[in-house]
Design a protein around this ligand. Structure first.
Ligand SMILES: [Zn+2]
Length: 219
C-alpha cells in the first residue's frame, strides 16, 4: 500500500480481519476507525464485511467532515463522539456479536459501570463497563450516549441489542481491550453469572497501579 496514511490503513485492515476471525463481528456489522495525521479519521466503509477489507477501502473523514474514498460506516457519529471526548484516543473498535448482546440484555443499564471484574487483565484493559439501553444505529442519540458514557477515561461500552465499543491509544490497544471484554462476557455466560468477582481491595490496588503506569499500560 502506498499513499496517505498507508501504515494506518494496513493496520486497520489487519485489526478488522482479526475481529472477524475472533467472532467479534458478524456479517457486515461492526466498524473500526483510527486517527491519522492532520486531524483526519479513517473508518471502515458501510455495507462491507470486516473480514476482507483492503487498506485502500477505508474512508477518510477530514476535520470538517469532508469525506474521501467512499461511504463511511453509518456509525461514524459515535466514533467522532469518542475522539471528541478523549484527545488521547487513537482508535475505536465496534463489534456486533452474540455474547455481547446476550449479556448486555441481562444487565441493568448504567452510565458508569454495570459489570464485575473477574481478572487483573480486565481491570487493566477494560476498567469499568457502562451499559447503554438500545438506541438506533447511526442516531445522534447513540453518539451522544456513547460519548458521555466513555467520558475522558473510559475504554469500553456495552450496547443493549447491539454490541460493544472500545477505545484506546492505538488500534492494538483498542483491539486488546475488546478481546479482554469479550472474554469477561464469556466468563459470565459460562458460569451462569456465578463466577466470583475480584475482591474489591485487589481491584482497587490494580486500578491504582494502572494509574501510575498510565494509559499505555493497557496497550
Ligand atoms: Zn453497530
Amino acid at each position: 500500500v502506498t499513499g496517505a496514511h498507508a501504515e494506518t490503513r494496513t493496520e486497520l485492515a489487519r485489526i478488522c480481519r482479526r475481529l472477524y476471525e475472533r467472532d467479534m463481528v458478524t456479517s457486515t456489522g461492526g466498524n473500526v476507525s483510527a486517527r491519522a495525521d492532520g486531524g483526519e479519521i479513517l473508518i471502515s466503509p458501510t455495507g462491507r464485511s470486516l473480514a476482507d477489507l483492503a487498506p485502500d477501502e477505508f474512508v477518510s473523514v477530514g476535520p470538517g467532515g469532508r469525506l474521501e474514498g467512499g461511504r463511511p460506516s453509518k456509525e461514524l457519529a459515535f466514533h467522532r463522539a469518542v475522539y471528541e471526548r478523549q484527545p488521547g484516543a487513537g482508535a475505536v473498535v465496534h463489534g456486533h456479536c452474540a455474547v455481547a448482546i446476550a449479556v448486555a440484555g441481562g444487565l441493568t443499564p448504567d452510565d458508569r459501570d454495570a459489570f464485575p471484574a473477574y481478572t487483573a487483565g480486565y481491570v487493566m484493559r477494560v476498567g469499568r463497563l457502562p451499559v447503554l439501553p438500545y438506541f438506533p444505529s447511526g442516531s445522534p442519540a447513540l453518539a451522544e450516549a456513547v460519548g458521555r458514557a466513555i467520558g475522558p477515561d473510559g475504554r469500553a461500552v456495552l450496547l443493549q441489542n447491539h454490541g460493544f465499543v472500545t477505545a484506546g491509544p492505538s488500534l492494538d490497544a483498542a483491539f486488546n481491550t475488546a478481546e479482554e471484554l469479550i472474554d469477561a462476557l464469556k466468563v459470565f455466560v459460562f458460569s451462569g453469572g456465578r463466577a466470583p468477582a475480584l475482591p474489591g481491595d485487589a481491584r482497587d490496588a490494580l486500578a491504582r497501579g494502572q494509574r501510575h503506569i498510565g494509559q499505555e499500560a493497557g496497550s
